[in-house]
Design a protein around this ligand. Structure first.
Ligand code: PMP
Length: 376
């Protein structure tokens, strides 16, 4: 269907009727389709645009998927339970503290929708990961954005100061996407403890494995103490399972039930194969370590060139780097694509590019190709 007639159809359809969806046709204007770039010849391109793990899935995960396929006539409920037990044992929590979903996108969107349905407010440092904000806005939430510091860090004091009676949920992405910076563990812990219990705090830890303290920096241990804390984690990044779609929330069991009963997939949206892969790689310490250390190698290649060209960037706690764009030609993203390399910037990321870290050879190719677009 051509784009225009498709839009028209949607606008006139059941989906757009206010009885069906809170945002109605406003949704179509506010949020164009997520851009899934289906470029011809994509498989030959170097993908430095989606923060994927170029080393995954691990051999153990692949084996587990193969072994699990014969059980695909069954719903994944029992395996989901086993995965929860496995995760719970790591934090001395119970399986009732976990919700397993098809990627953490589902948790972020569900929370955004709930705040929207309550006509509530999401308070967030910004720029930050927009999924929850988009779903929230679509469903009627207001979004209050707090600027980052000049060095692109989350300013917890400013977030604290912006907290008001209107605030329903505070979203903290740590390490932050797109800026790649992380906040200090102790500071974030005391911030979380200071938020009133009637305000939810969602900490998105999609990149925590790449951060300075790794998973030891997680806010997960606080879940026992703070009834309003929800942590989002994913197997899409350091575990290399983006295409299998599996993530999870960690929270107080009451919040987990509240989310589970609103989750469109009833916790079955992930499948046998993703759960099997997640269980196989969760304890594969060697695989994780090697992905993290190769990622550091890739980051260093970019740092070296940026330093040499005197281009500013943020020291990254993730598998991507936030680089100032002023010294690159304006059409650098298109030009790099013509060179077979995908990089990105978000529409409201005016002065920066986001470069995902691929394999060292891909990063060597990246710096070699991008050098021709550096303005001296
Ligand atoms: N949070 C952040 C910060 C992300 O960058 C992403 C994916 N890019 C997600 C959540 C969602 O990841 P997934 O749905 O694949 O788990």
């Amino acid at each position: 269907m051509a784009e225009l007639s498709r839009r028209k159809w949607l606008q006139n359809s059941l989906l757009a009727s206010s009885a069906f969806i809170v945002g109605g046709s406003k949704m179509l204007d506010a949020h164009p389709q997520p851009s899934f770039p289906m470029h011809p010849g994509e498989s030959e391109l170097i993908r430095l645009n989606w923060n994927e793990n170029p080393y995954g899935p691990s051999a153990k995960a692949i084996q587990a998927v193969n072994d699990a396929v014969v059980k695909a006539n069954r719903y994944p409920d029992r395996m989901v339970g086993e995965l929860k037990e496995l995760l719970a044992s790591d934090y001395s929590l119970t399986k009732n503290h976990f919700l397993i979903t098809a990627g953490s996108t589902e948790i972020l969107s569900l929370l955004g929708q709930q705040v929207g349905l309550m006509q509530g407010e999401i308070l967030t440092p910004y720029p930050s990961f927009p999924t929850m904000l988009r779903f929230g806005e679509t469903c009627g939430a207001s979004i209050r954005k707090v600027n980052l510091t000049k060095d692109h860090r989350i300013d917890l004091k400013a977030v604290q100061a912006a907290l008001s009676e209107e605030t329903s949920l505070i979203f903290i992405c740590n390490p932050n996407n797109p800026t790649s910076t992380e906040v200090d563990k102790q500071e974030l812990m005391s911030f979380c403890k200071n938020v009133p219990e009637n305000v939810l705090v969602c900490v998105d830890e999609a990149y925590i494995e790449y951060s300075q303290n790794g998973v030891k920096g997680s806010m997960a241990p606080l879940v026992k103490e703070l009834p309003n804390l929800i942590i989002c984690r994913t197997f899409s990044k350091a575990y290399g399972l983006a295409g299998l779609r599996i993530g999870y929330a960690i929270s107080n069991p009451d919040n987990i039930i509240a989310m589970a009963i609103r989750h469109p997939g009833w916790e079955l949206s992930t499948g046998i194969a993703p759960v099997a892969a997640a269980m196989a790689c969760y304890n594969d310490v060697d695989f994780l370590k090697s992905c993290v250390s190769k990622n550091e190698e890739g980051r260093q290649i970019v740092y070296n060139s940026m330093d040499q060209w005197e281009i500013k960037y943020s020291r990254s706690s993730t598998n991507f780097i936030y680089v100032e764009s002023a010294r690159f030609s304006k059409d650098v993203i298109t030009k790099m694509r013509e060179n077979g390399i995908l990089i990105t910037k978000w529409p409201d990321m005016k002065d920066h590019l986001r470069i995902s870290i691929g394999r060292p050879e891909e990063m060597n190719s990246f710096v070699e190709k991008i050098e021709q677009y550096v303005i001296s």
